[in-house]
Design a protein around this ligand. Structure first.
Ligand SMILES: NC(=O)c1ccc[n+]([C@@H]2O[C@H](COP(=O)([O-])OP(=O)(O)OC[C@H]3O[C@@H](n4cnc5c(N)ncnc54)[C@H](OP(=O)(O)O)[C@@H]3O)[C@@H](O)[C@H]2O)c1
Length: 345
């Protein structure tokens, strides 16, 4: 338990954006963290966000580094720009907890989903040594994979071989609302730039191992993804068809979800959902609007496990894209970093 005057002072890069706003809302009454600095592009500098004045992410690094113990990064900008910005803050000695994709494939940067690969934080001292930094960068995976990667992980004892996933993704995933993106009303767009590649590739790093100070990818199961933009505000639903090498039954699949051994259960992190995975018996669940806020938007919902004539098994899963898939997922990463001693209280 951290006393109010002992809260860890945090900054938010990209505070005016969709994810930045979620970070501010979720951190408002956080027991461990207190937002003391907000920053965005130069054009937003000087604006007010509540009681805080917006800094420039680029020009005010010095001030932000003095005020904060860590920064959350949620900037929408070209990859090399985001990489340079995140590196500049880490060089200043700050832990950078990122929702961006820019550094996900940097060899010494971990991509963490805390319930699945918390041990990948072990790469941090290697990263610091490689770069000569006292700070570091930690990323989280793309919002599109949050619903099905936990299932594949929970079912790994059945040896998953092939997965076909189709995602039905909310417009907030593009940083948009129906007001800012009226073309999405009564419409479906069958293309999200770069999303299918991320959805197929990122699990290989999450399921991978660290050997001799570098990540070794795990390329099984083989994953094929279709990512579709649908007219909902928040929540990414996915259908999953999956082939296992081992023989399974519906009962065993459900039991594995219900009995999932969650490494966070012993850590008592404020944003960790309990339980992580929820199975719905009803044939019409999970539904995006009804179930996306499960456990404050941090829970993963699963339903409709049934036999599939092509790959063997299929089901439906859901996660909240701007909470579990972005702001909440990053806050959970920061909580894990505190608990594991990487961020000083
Ligand atoms: N939305 C999701 O569901 C989701 C999920 C997972 C990951 N992400 C990732 O999170 C990041 C933010 O996404 P978003 O949806 O919140 O985007 P967004 O709503 O478009 O917000 C972008 C933020 O980046 C800032 N920004 C833009 N250009 C900048 C620059 N040159 N220098 C400094 N700041 C700049 C903007 O500031 P101004 O207001 O001043 O322009 C704004 O605060 C992206 O990398 C995205 O891929 C999003």
């Amino acid at each position: 338990m951290i006393r109010k005057n002992k809260k860890i002072k945090v900054g938010i890069l990209g505070a005016t954006g969709m994810v930045g706003q979620r970070l501010i809302a979720l951190l408002k009454n956080h027991p461990w963290f207190e937002v003391v600095a907000v920053a965005a592009s130069r054009k937003s500098k000087g604006k007010k966000l509540g009681s805080l004045t917006v800094y420039s992410v680029e020009d005010d690094i010095e001030i932000i580094a003095q005020k904060c113990t860590l920064v959350f990064s949620a900037i929408e900008a070209p990859k090399d720009f985001i990489q340079k910005i995140e590196e500049a803050y880490a060089k200043k000695g700050l832990p950078v907890v990122s929702s961006n994709s820019a550094h996900r494939w940097t060899p010494d940067v971990p991509m963490i989903m805390p319930e699945i690969n918390p041990e990948h934080l072990d790469i941090i001292p290697v990263q610091q040594k490689n770069r000569g930094w006292t700070g570091f960068i930690v990323t989280k995976p793309n919002c599109s994979i949050q619903s099905y990667v936990p299932l594949i992980h929970a079912w790994k004892k059945f040896n998953p071989k092939k997965v076909i996933v189709s995602t039905y993704q909310a417009i907030s995933g593009a940083g948009k609302t129906f007001e800012t993106w009226p073309e999405m009303v009564d419409n479906v767009i069958p293309f999200i730039s770069g999303e299918e590649e991320k959805s197929e590739k990122e699990p290989s790093k999450i399921f991978g191992d660290i050997r001799n100070g570098r990540f070794v990818l795990k390329n099984t199961p083989q994953i094929s993804a279709n990512c579709i933009r649908v007219p909902v505000s928040d929540g990414h639903l996915a259908t999953i068809n999956i082939q296992f090498r081992k023989k399974v039954s519906k009962e065993k699949l459900i039991k594995s979800l219900k009995n999932f051994k969650n490494p966070l259960d012993v850590l008592d992190l404020p944003s960790a959902p309990k339980p992580f995975l929820t199975y719905f018996e009803e044939p019409d669940r999970p539904q995006t609007k009804l179930d996306r806020d499960l456990h404050a938007g941090m829970g993963i919902s699963v339903g409709r496990i049934r036999e599939d004539s092509v790959l063997g098994w299929k089901c439906v899963a859901l996660s909240h894209n701007t909470i579990r898939g972005a702001a909440g997922g990053s806050i959970l990463n920061a909580e894990l970093l505190v608990k594991k001693g990487y961020i000083k209280k």
